[in-house]
Design a protein around this ligand. Structure first.
Ligand SMILES: [Zn+2]
Length: 273
């Protein structure tokens, strides 16, 4: 058991699971900027006092995964030990304080992350795409795979506490960023699925307010492309691999502070007053 201090940076959209009811992958960085994956966490079952927010520091006891999840950053947290440390780190001054931790171990490109994956099983990272070409939004299945649902039903048969809870809703669209990296080896058109919890949450918020599924998907695209990747934003992607497909990387979160105005030499450096 290790005691970890982690700045939470991303949460993925929950999926049903037999063993854990529903799975959320939470990732963050330690004080030196190294990445940590906390998995599994049954987030919606946590008491409110333990429901951490993005950019909040937490302390948790966790053990290194063995066997199936050999990814180097993966830890199995003991949910009962989750302790929130104060308010989330502020977004002030173009996220200066967040950048100090989040960007400390940033990679130059996806190509660099693929190399790191080969050499030491890196499976989480952050990098700045050179250009974001598009966000593709396509219709997807309206419900979870039958095997997922069967797994969930089975889990709930054994755990009465979960019976009354609605299962996580399946977003009936797939969203993918199309981008290129700043690397001569880049093929110029990565296409990566977005698994950020906030994307799904935004979709359902819009639908619950009365938007059609098409309208909601369009608004999600506008937000995640138009706002998060706007020209005045210093957009970076948090990326990670999928347990079942270790060579597949997905976008698990977006880091999008405002760009410092040109002429400032102190980008990402704390300002000294
Ligand atoms: Zn690339």
């Amino acid at each position: 058991m290790e005691r970890l201090k982690v700045l939470i940076t991303v949460k993925t959209y929950p999926i049903p699971s037999a063993k854990y009811d529903e799975l959320v992958c939470t990732a963050g960085v330690r004080e030196d900027g190294s990445f940590v994956r906390l998995y599994p966490v049954n987030f919606r079952d946590l008491p409110f006092s333990q429901q951490y927010k993005k950019y909040q520091w937490i302390k948790v006891e966790a053990t290194k995964h063995k066997g199936r999840d050999a990814r180097k950053e993966s830890f199995r947290p003991d949910s009962d030990t989750i302790q929130l440390l104060g308010e989330p780190v502020s977004a002030a001054r173009n996220w200066t304080e967040r950048a100090q931790y989040v960007l400390a171990k940033k990679s130059a490109s996806m190509e660099e992350l693929y190399d790191q994956q080969k050499s030491d099983r890196t499976s989480l990272g952050i990098f700045k795409p050179k250009k974001i070409h598009d966000l593709i939004c396509r219709k997807d299945a309206g419900d979870w795979k039958p095997s997922f649902k069967a797994a969930l039903a089975q889990a709930r048969l054994w755990e009465e506490r979960s019976v009354s809870k609605e299962p996580p809703r399946k977003v009936p669209y797939k969203f993918q960023y199309v981008f290129e990296c700043d690397d001569p080896r880049c093929n110029g058109r990565h296409r990566m699925m977005i698994e950020d919890w906030e994307l799904g949450a935004l979709y359902w918020k819009l639908v619950d307010k009365g938007a059609s599924s098409e309208e909601a998907a369009k608004s999600v695209r506008e937000k995640f492309l138009g706002d998060l990747c706007a020209v005045d934003r210093d957009t970076h992607f948090f990326v990670g691999t999928i347990l079942a497909h270790p060579t597949t990387w997905v976008v698990i979160g977006v880091y999008w502070p405002k760009l410092w105005k040109s002429g400032s030499s102190s980008r990402h450096e704390p300002l000294l007053f």
